[in-house]
Design a protein. Sequence first.
Length: 172
Amino acid sequence: MRRQTVNSGINPAGSSRALRLDPLSLPVRFDAHDPRADGCTRQIELHRERVVLRRAVRGMQMAVNVRVSDFIGIALRGIDETQTLVLVHRDPSLSVPLGVSADREEIVNAWAMWSEIFALPQLDEARRDPAPRRRRRNAIRDRRPKFLVRRRAGVARDLSVHRGEREIIART
């Protein structure tokens, strides 16, 4: 098996031809459109365990290394007749395009293959439910044990005070 690179004949993302990456020949390296990067392109390396995004913003070179398990899933997005397959991250700027095709059957097969290889769920963007709200961490939770946080405060009792009386001490 050979690596897929921009120079090996595989069409890069953003080219005039459709993007088709083969999930069975990882690692893969290609260029994708990024409106915030210099030159409006970023370089993406896909591996089975990680994704490396390289781009330059205002002359500053950066490389972001993201684990595949940090991604939400593989989404199928439709734009008119063409369908786009995307590796979706919580941060939209870290999402990665995997394929573009007008053939519905081909893109659905690729969707299943990418999902199986990365062990991520298939997401349908049209029917995607919002993620459940995460509980916020309480600042005091890190400082006190859980059972002390749950305990009620003690009740102050009025103790009887004896004044003007002599003390009785029993000695044995």
